[in-house]
Ligand binder design. Structure first.
Ligand code: SAM
Length: 213
């Protein structure tokens, strides 16, 4: 299978056709080998228009959702980004293409180890990863220019808002266990601006400031 061609096709038919227009995001999606972030038996499906299982009842998100959330974050090359929910590490790699440094947190140790192995192999050396409850954020490394939560929360975790830099952007799905609204929150000098951007469906964000176990 010609995976480079598959990526070109994915970008044209799933992303550009649906309005993703940030050229840096599109370039990252054309470059990162998504098929290397799933198990071998699923590699030929990796560029399909859907999420795929990655074990532990978790998923690698649909390509469009990855692009949509990344575009919302308006990442520039000097940005420091926090990601909650490393999963397969695919979204992490997209962020690592765009930002100066990516801090990523995953609560399932086995997923984190495998994701970090892939990221190291692909030479994403600007990624720092840890296993913990990401709803607490990573206060020692904050504030962050952008924060992305790749699991559905019952409400916006307050520590994540507090770890946004002035001008920083937070993308987080908020809703019930079955459907959420993707929220974009921007921190201004004296307030937070919260904009709902559309519906989505993610696995649960489990933690102190998320869902119970
Ligand atoms: N971005 C990932 C990718 O590209 O493969 C997909 C992430 S998957 C939809 C959501 C991930 O969030 C799961 O791996 C899950 O274990 C993780 N997660 C859920 N609650 C978490 C928490 N409180 N802290 C860190 N990770 C969490």
């Amino acid at each position: 299978m010609d995976y480079k061609l598959e990526r070109e096709r994915m970008v044209a038919t799933q992303l550009e056709a649906r309005g993703i227009s940030d050229q840096r995001v599109l370039a990252a999606m054309r470059k990162v080998p998504r098929h290397l972030f799933v198990e071998e038996a699923l590699q030929e499906q990796a560029y399909g228009d859907f999420p795929l299982p990655i074990g532990h009842a978790q998923t690698i998100s649909q390509p469009y959702m990855v692009a949509e959330m990344t575009q919302l974050l308006e990442i520039t090359p000097d940005d420091r980004v926090l990601e909650i929910g490393t999963g397969s590490g695919y979204q992490t790699a997209i962020l690592a293409e765009l930002a100066s440094r990516v801090y990523t947190i995953e609560r399932i140790r086995e997923l984190l180890i495998e994701a970090k192995r892939r990221l190291d192999q692909l030479e994403y050396f600007n990624v720092v990863a840890k296993c913990s409850d990401g709803t607490d954020g990573w206060p020692e490394e904050g504030p962050f220019d952008a924060i992305i939560v790749t699991a559905g929360a019952p409400h916006v975790p307050e520590p994540l808002k507090q770890q946004l830099a002035i001008g920083g952007r937070l993308a987080v799905p908020v809703g019930d266990a079955y459907s959420q609204v993707l929220m974009k929150i921007t921190r201004k000098e004296d307030r937070f601006i919260e904009i709902p951007t559309g519906g989505c469906r993610f696995v649960k964000l489990i933690g102190k400031h998320g869902w119970g176990d």
